[in-house]
Write a protein that binds this ligand. Structure first.
Ligand SMILES: O=c1[nH]c(=O)c2[nH]c(=O)[nH]c2[nH]1
Length: 307
């Protein structure tokens, strides 16, 4: 006897950006669909006649996000579940599980308009609540080294990012992008200049908060031509504004968001009017560099931030 069975697509990572002028809204969901019904033949005989492919299930999730929008996780789930049960005779039951990830807008500096225009603040987001603060203190009886940092500070710009003009060879298939989503998990370690000559010791909590704010603001306010350029802007912003920091090491995974091809379903999906993206997991680009104050020596180990 065949017992309980179900099938579907798990973990469709759908990111929907909607635009209201320069103000962007973000919905970031992980959608898993499990379907069940008259599936005896596929298990026992290998007949696929009743099987709506899981690939179709995935396409439906992305197409619905564009066609109907995502008002809420619940509403989106109701809409999808009803569709599968109503449209496929063999499917008697659909279970849609959704995780929704929370994003907050990045508060930019008052002079943000200097960098990318007055609208700059409306398309930059930071993921709520996954961040880890780190500290490493070394002492040899005389000298001190304090390296502070953070990991898992996830940020996303839904526009103001391009990537084109790169080297190409026979294996290059990447299309040039003139308006893409740029997202990363910031892993940063920064080294304080130690006050052995009587300089005041930094107020650690304030130094941390300010450094973090500069990283976020530089990310939000940089019109990016590559993640490498954004990285350097982030590091330089810290060095320029926090005189107690001499060196910062940044490791930035490029969390790729690919525009989903919805053309086969008669839907346009273009970044200019708000779009649906597939948030890829692996592999990811990994962009790493140290930014130093002029005259400072690089001492933060380059593997401190790498996965
Ligand atoms: O910002 C980027 N830098 C790269 O080096 C790179 N490589 C790639 O495929 N996409 C990107 N994006």
């Amino acid at each position: 006897m065949l017992g309980q069975n179900q099938y579907g697509k798990a973990e469709c990572r759908v990111v929907k950006v909607s635009r209201e002028g320069a103000t962007h809204h973000l919905k970031d969901l992980n959608v898993s669909v499990a379907l069940s019904g008259d599936m005896t033949d596929v298990h026992r005989e290998g007949s696929n006649a009743n099987v709506l492919p899981t690939d179709t299930v995935k396409n439906t999730v992305f197409a619905f996000a564009q066609e109907h929008g995502i008002a809420s996780a619940e509403q989106f789930g109701i809409h999808l579940a009803r569709h599968f049960v109503a449209s496929q005779e063999a499917i008697a039951r659909a279970r849609v599980r959704i995780e929704e990830y929370a994003w907050q807008r990045i508060e930019t500096s008052d002079d943000a308009s200097r960098f990318v225009g007055a609208d700059a603040v409306r398309h930059s987001f930071v993921r709520a609540g996954q961040e880890v603060r780190t500290a490493q203190v070394s002492h040899d009886g005389r000298g001190w080294e304090v390296i502070s940092g953070l990991s898992g500070l996830t940020v996303l710009n839904s526009t103001n990012s391009e990537f084109w003009g790169y080297a190409k060879d026979r294996y290059t298939t990447l299309k040039e992008a003139y308006d893409r989503v740029l997202a990363t998990d910031v892993h940063a370690r920064w080294r304080y200049r130690w006050a052995s000559d009587g300089e005041p010791v930094p107020r650690w909590d304030t130094a941390y908060e300010r450094t973090r704010a500069h990283l976020l603001q530089a990310f939000a306010e940089t019109y990016s031509l590559s993640l490498q350029q954004t990285l350097f802007q982030m590091g330089a912003r810290v060095i320029d504004n926090r005189q107690e920091v001499d060196e910062i090491r940044l490791s930035l995974p490029n969390k790729h968001h690919f525009l989903v091809d919805l053309e086969p379903f008669g839907l346009t999906n273009a970044s200019a009017d708000g779009a649906v993206y597939y948030a890829a997991d692996r592999p990811y680009g990994l962009i790493e560099a140290t930014v130093l104050r002029e005259g400072a020596t690089q001492t933060i180990p380059t593997d401190l931030t790498s996965p």
